[in-house]
Ligand binder design. Structure first.
Ligand code: IPE
Ligand code: IPE
Ligand code: MG
Length: 259
């Protein structure tokens, strides 16, 4: 941690205040699982009269920064909504670029992820992903599977309703063939059938760009998650924003229905 802070201070002379805030949140309970709906790339580009894909490219750099910081903070899992099952509706040029982004990201940052002990995972319907996209992510999963630091979980071609439907079908099939008894099924067991598998439910959900909705993201898993919304567009999202979200999270009283 100290090394990280030193590097950080060097890179940003003016961020002494941020470093203090990082120390402060580290002294309290840091959320184990943070999920982020990274939104606003298109609007970020529009504001600069750039093509939308320039916003996605910029957003990729923020993914790197947030991965680094989360890892340093001791966050156990970071789930990032990268592409929804509804995003196929977008113009082909944009979809094609979004499908190239995982390769671009991993080509540049995979060595760093390996070195920093990050474990890459994906959740989503892999069947519709182009081969080149799938190969890049499978390779990253393979090369980082021994790592036991931060789990970096990309929601790629992910939709929560589809996820729940698939889980229901699998459960139904297992009951039909007799390998599972419906009376044995409970919430814990059902959640293992979801794409998030053994990952614990997110403690904190962040959505950028001012939209206050879930857009088909982790509907089951977010039942008791703390939500934090910001108007900041994803490419403008900085370390201080994540720190602020965590600090506010730490001041919330989570009751889970109790008192
Ligand atoms: C989020 O940014 C990235 C993806 C959905 C892939 P958007 O592309 O949705 O950006 P806006 O919401 O149009 O600004
Ligand atoms: C949600 O953002 C999906 C991702 C961030 C990948 P969208 O931009 O697709 O959501 P809507 O259309 O505004 O609800
Ligand atoms: Mg959007």
């Amino acid at each position: 941690m100290l090394n990280f802070l030193k590097k950080f201070r060097k890179a940003k002379e003016s961020s002494v205040e941020l470093i203090d805030k990082i120390k402060e949140i580290k002294s309290r309970e840091v959320p184990e699982h943070i999920a982020i709906i990274m939104d606003g790339n298109g609007r970020w580009a529009n504001k600069r009269a750039l093509p939308r894909i320039a916003g996605h490219h910029e957003g990729m750099k923020v993914v790197r920064k947030m991965t680094k910081l989360s890892n340093e903070l001791g966050v156990k899992a970071l789930t990032l909504y990268a592409f929804s099952t509804e995003n196929w509706k977008r113009p082909k040029l944009e979809v094609d670029y979004l499908m190239k982004l995982p390769e671009e990201f991993l080509e540049t940052f995979l060595p760093e992820l390996i070195q920093e002990n990050v474990q890459v995972r994906i959740m989503g319907d892999k069947t519709r992903l182009p081969d080149h996209t799938l190969q890049a992510v499978e390779q990253a999963i393979q090369k980082t599977k021994q790592n036991d630091g931060l789990v970096l979980n990309f929601a790629l071609n992910y939709g929560s309703r589809a996820e729940i439907m698939e889980a229901v079908k699998t459960v139904a099939a297992e009951i039909e063939e007799g390998s599972l008894k419906s009376s044995a099924l409970d919430e814990d067991m059902f959640s293992k059938f979801l794409m998030s598998g053994s990952l614990k439910d997110p403690d904190l959900l962040i959505r950028t760009s001012g939209e206050i909705r879930l857009s088909n993201f982790m509907l089951w898993q977010l039942a008791y998650t703390e939500f934090w919304f910001t108007d900041v567009l994803w490419p403008d999202f900085k370390e201080e924003h994540l720190v602020q979200a965590i600090a506010e999270y730490q001041h919330r009283g989570r009751r889970f229905g109790g008192i």
